[in-house]
Structure formats: C-alpha cells, structure tokens
Design a binder for this molecule. Structure first.
Ligand SMILES: Nc1ncnc2c1ncn2[C@@H]1O[C@H](COP(=O)(O)OP(=O)(O)OP(=O)(O)O)[C@@H](O)[C@H]1O
Ligand SMILES: [Mg+2]
Length: 349
C-alpha cells in the first residue's frame, strides 16, 4: 500500500507558553491554517520536563477548542537536560548494522543509563569505503520525561505521532523558508533558555543551550521593584507603565541583553575559529525574548554581522487573512518557529 502523508499539528511546549500551529501542504506550497499561544503558570514546565500536567493540558485543550482544530495527530519537541544530541564518528557497514549495536555505541557517549532513554540516530555522512568512518548524529532522550508528555497528550485524546528536538524543528523550518543565506546563526531566546545553532552549508555545526532568557528580566524587575511576578511581566512587555522606575528598568534590560549578546558572541567566536573560511552572513532570531527592543541593533553592532533579523517562519506561505489577523501574525511569528517546524513535518502511515 502506498504511504500517505498525513499532516500533524505542531505543539511547542515552552516554559512560558504552549504554542500550536497547523500547516497544510499542497504540492510544493504551504498554507498556514491555524496558530495560537497560551501562557502556562511559572514552574509548570521546568528544564524541559513537565511538572504540572494539569495546567499544561488545560492550555492545550483551550487552544484546540479556540482554534477549532479537529486533527488529532500531533507532534511535539523536547529540549533541555533530558535530551542529548551528539555527533559521533564510527565504523559502519550499513544502517542496519549500526542500528543493531545502537545501545552499545550510545553507552560510550551518553551519560544516562541506556535503559532509561529512547535512542535514535541519523546518518549524516556515510563512509565511502571500509576505512572511512561514518558521521552519525545520536539522539538520546529520557523515557520518563517523554512519557509524561505522551501520557498528557493521550489523556486529551490526542495522538502523538512525532517527537522531535527543538533545535531540529527550528533548523527544518529555517531550511524551508530561508532565502539565500548560507551560513547563519539561529538564535532562539525563550523565557528560560537561549539556544544557538550555527548552520553552515546546510548542516548544523555548532549547537548549544544556555539557561538565560526573558524570564530573567521579569524576575529582576520583580526583585528590584519588590512587586509580584505577574505585575513585573506586564511592565516588561510595556502593558503597564512603570512610573518613576524607568531608569532601573532600562538598566535591567541592558544587563540581560549584554549577557545574551556575550554568550552569542562566544559561540560565534568558537565557530569562526574552526571555520575561518565561512563567515556568518546573518543571525536569525526567534523566541519571545528576541523581541526585546533594540536587541537586534545591539547584536549587529557587537558582532559586526549586519543582517540580524527576526525569523518569520511563515514567509512564503499562504495565509488566510480572514481567519488570521496579519498584525497578530507579525507579532507572534518569531515565537511560533518551533511549532511551525513541527507542523511542516508529516507522519507516514
Ligand atoms: N516584546 C518582548 N520583550 C521581551 N520579552 C518578551 C517580549 N514578548 C515576549 N517576551 C517574552 O518571551 C517569553 C516567551 O517566549 P517563548 O514563547 O519563545 O518562550 P518559551 O518557549 O515558553 O520558553 P523556553 O523556550 O525558554 O522554555 C516570555 O518570557 C515573554 O515575556
Ligand atoms: Mg521555547
């Protein structure tokens, strides 16, 4: 029987918000059908693991209802301490051969008990002859963490058919929507983490996660002004005026951005040292934290990279403007990148 491609709904469960995206592929073109985001309570997702399933599942149920999504097949992605991605070089006569000794191989590289992880791999470059080693990407993810997500989704009567890694989803949607840039840094700044992934000649050459993000700003505002988190979040987003504390707040923003920029520069410097002949042509920013005013200009100045752009994962896609408000779409697009990267994948049955 011929395999049929069935679209899936992308669900990105971040530490601040759940993002959902539905995209339909027709021939070679893509159409954005639905998208939305719902905040979850602080602490409901921590270090990539589900801590409060009830809260997160309520957010997902509400999004499905409001967006009138009927499709039950969903894909999610994971990140944080519970997932390890590692490139290795090994002898490999065939993929089947490697699959057979996957456990054994992974044991050498993965600092988790092999019985407690799901393992997967992808051949990046197969060796040309018996003396040529193959390059393989190993992925290990904690069963417990993934099962918590799967159980929650199944309890909602959804059918999880794909578990991806945040960074891969972002890379996929970038590849689909990117124009002419060849060597770029993808930078996702969320609420609690920042991920940098440098893509050169179509492949990821440097990836790292750091525990900084936009929540740092909220927490610092709450500390300094001695106010509640929710109030501080509103001030950060400009929804409430901060009165006479403007100077202090500006300083908090500057401090956070300085830290982020320093980390990004470190990664770029490391990349440059190893790839002097492939200068980066752009930095592509996603995630809610990347929307901090002035950040792009600051990054351009500090790194010397002129093109520091906000990622629009839907560039080139058809959008039903009657259903999706263009202004809302423009505001939320950078946060939706990972969900979009999941939604463009289809499960095969
Ligand atoms: N204009 C803005 N300026 C600063 N921060 C913003 C802005 N808009 C949104 N944010 C912040 O971005 C964060 C949400 O972004 P996003 O949805 O990408 O995070 P997340 O995926 O939930 O978090 P993580 O990936 O770290 O787990 C929140 O902290 C929110 O306050
Ligand atoms: Mg995120």
């Amino acid at each position: 029987m011929a395999k049929k491609e069935i679209p899936i709904v992308g669900i990105d469960i971040g530490s601040h918000a759940v993002k959902i995206c539905q995209i339909q592929k027709k021939g070679k073109s893509y159409q954005l059908l639905a998208l939305g985001s719902a905040a979850i309570s602080p602490g409901a997702v921590e270090d990539g693991a589900l801590q409060n399933a009830e809260d997160v599942s309520a957010a997902i149920a509400e999004l499905f209802k409001n967006l009138k999504i009927k499709n039950k097949r969903v894909g999610l992605s994971i990140s944080g301490y519970s997932v390890i991605v590692k490139k290795i070089n090994t002898e490999m006569s065939s993929e089947e051969d490697f699959a057979e000794r996957l456990d054994e191989e992974a044991e050498q590289y993965i600092p988790f008990d092999i019985n407690e992880v799901f393992l997967d791999f992808q051949v990046i470059k197969a060796g040309q002859d018996e003396y040529d080693r193959s390059e393989i990407m190993l992925v290990a993810a904690k069963k417990e963490v993934i099962n918590d997500y799967l159980d929650m989704l199944r309890a909602l009567k959804l059918m999880p058919v794909l578990v991806d890694v945040d960074g891969f989803a972002l890379e996929n949607i970038w590849e689909l929507s990117s124009g002419t840039h060849s060597n770029v840094g993808l930078v996702d700044i969320g609420a609690s983490k920042m991920s940098i992934n440098i893509i050169a000649d179509g492949a990821s050459v440097l990836a790292r996660d750091m525990t900084v993000g936009s929540d740092d700003i909220t927490e610092e505002i709450a500390n300094v002004l001695e106010i509640e988190y929710e109030e501080a979040e509103k001030i950060k987003l400009g929804q409430t005026l901060a009165g006479g504390d403007q100077e202090e707040i500006e300083e908090i923003f500057t401090d956070a951005c300085t830290k982020w920029v320093m980390e990004i520069k470190k990664a770029i410097d490391m990349y440059k040292a190893n790839n002097p002949e492939k200068p980066l042509t752009a930095l592509v920013l996603s995630g809610g934290g990347s929307k901090v005013r002035g950040l792009k200009r600051y990054l351009a100045t500090e790194t010397g990279i002129k093109d520091v752009i906000a990622f629009n994962p839907f560039a080139g896609m058809k959008v039903n403007n009657k259903k999706i408000d263009p202004e809302y779409l423009a505001t939320i697009a950078p946060e939706m990148s990972i969900a979009a990267g999941l939604a463009i994948r289809s499960a095969e049955f």
